[in-house]
Write a protein that binds this ligand. Sequence first.
Ligand code: ZN
Length: 231
Amino acid sequence: MALMAVFLISCNQGNKQEEKTQPVSHVMTKEEQIRLTPDEVLQQFIDGNKRFRRGITTVRDHSEQVRKSAPGQFPKAVILSCLDSRVPVEDVFDQGLGDVFVGRVAGNFVNEDQLGSMEFACKLAGAKLVLVMGHQHCGAIKGAIDDVKLGNITAMLAKIKPAVKMSQDFQGKKISKNDEYVKYVAENNVKYAIQQIREKSPILKEMEDKGEIKIVGVFYNLTDGTLEFLK
Ligand SMILES: [Zn+2]
């Protein structure tokens, strides 16, 4: 009897869920991508992040979206993020299948491959926004601060070292146990990546100068899911 009651309750909850939410099956079209401005994409990300933090992310019909998106993709942005498992990029902005290109590497630094990927995303595939995202409590940033040497990690952390150098003006203890300092280096690391994008990609620089794309840096707080846009 008790089991039956539990079963009925769970069925009712299931029905309520179905009534409440209509899964989104739409995927970005070329026309929609062309119409979007870089500022509108940024606003969509800000709004999506608010939904993410409130726990009301969009319910999506993935199987339908897979089918609809297969013939072509028209994403609105390219995001460079850290490898960190606590930063689920699409979820953080409540974006779905076909919405964003995501490049991930520990410490979200720029290299030739990431630049090529960004150029593909914007110049060839029509993305309007380049977003470089660093985050709180980043292990790669801490590793660069601690000058960790281990296998291929050594060469990888060397790409983050410029940000550590940029952070010498920090007032306070410059150690990886100081969260404020780690944040300061992570923010400088994002700024350095953006500087590198502009210097090493004439294609993206020109698109930015013409207003065809925006290149924006952001810091993601693990503790509450909030975003801090960097100037
Ligand atoms: Zn990280």
